[in-house]
Design a protein around this ligand. Structure first.
Ligand code: PGA
Length: 252
């Protein structure tokens, strides 16, 4: 896999004014450690701060992403934002984050429709999958992740724009990150699942990100794994210095 990615998911944090400050600091610090853009860096602020972040990122090598979308193109969907609306502002969109699934009832079928809408709008979707602690305890982690991925990709043609993020639910926001070895084992299974759908070569063209309590100290170990092409970072992406340290660690 030729690229390495670091994606910051700000979740429901930072006002518009705070976004202006944080995005400018991130551009400054990340450009310092990654001047040629060897690591592809994406920041995903809340919807209302996207255009502010867009202005702050202008002229830098950093990319902008959203955290969700609605799969319909337009219409009576109060409170929702469509793929084509986002595509005018940003390049990436996170889809099917476990918080969307558990707190907002998003289903595998929704994730599939959102993925299709994102690809149609030429966005780069970051599709999130991952098992919870109960499923892991029952020995079902691989089957759960495979089922989520297969459902997300149902009737979806391969696209070079697709990114997959493996985020075990028990590792998100808990400080209990997966061991790099366990994350790699799951990534290898995800790669195999992709190969069974798209063939061996194309499966290597989908960047696979690990997410769940990623920090500056554990990033390098994840990146060293054969099937991990980057990291999806939550809380540690809210501090410019820490985020830049993660980018530096990913660059190696
Ligand atoms: P965390 O969140 O890094 O705070 O664990 C990761 C995520 O939810 O994407």
């Amino acid at each position: 896999m030729p690229i390495c990615m670091v994606v910051g998911n700000w979740k429901m944090n930072k006002s518009v004014a705070q976004t202006q400050t944080l995005a400018a600091e991130i551009v400054d610090k990340v450009s310092g450690v990654n001047p040629y853009g060897h690591v592809r860096v994406v920041v995903c602020p809340p919807f209302v701060a996207l255009t502010t972040a867009q202005a702050a990122l202008k002229g830098s090598l950093l990319s902008l992403g959203a955290q969700n979308l609605h799969y319909k193109a337009d219409g009576a969907f109060t409170g929702e934002v469509s793929a084509s609306m986002l595509a005018k502002i940003c390049r990436y969109v996170i889809i099917g984050h476990s918080e969307r699934r558990t707190l907002f009832g998003e289903t595998d079928a929704d994730v599939n429709l959102k993925l299709k809408a994102a690809l149609d709008a030429r966005l780069k979707p970051i599709v999130c999958i991952g098992e919870d602690s109960e499923q892991r305890g029952a020995g079902d982690a691989e089957a759960v992740v495979e089922a989520q991925l297969s459902a997300a990709l149902d009737d979806v043609e391969f696209s070079a724009n697709m990114v997959v993020a493996y985020e075990p639910v028990w590792a998100i926001g808990t400080g209990q990150s997966s061991t790099p070895e366990a994350a790699q084992a799951m990534m290898a299974h995800i790669r195999e699942t992709l190969a069974s759908i798209y063939g061996a070569y194309l499966s290597t063209q989908v960047p696979l990100l690990y997410g769940g309590s990623v920090n500056a100290a554990n990033t390098a170990e994840y990146i060293r794994q054969a099937d991990i092409d980057g990291v999806l970072v939550g809380s540690a992406s809210l501090d410019a210095g820490t985020f830049a340290d993660i980018v530096a660690a990913a660059k190696g």
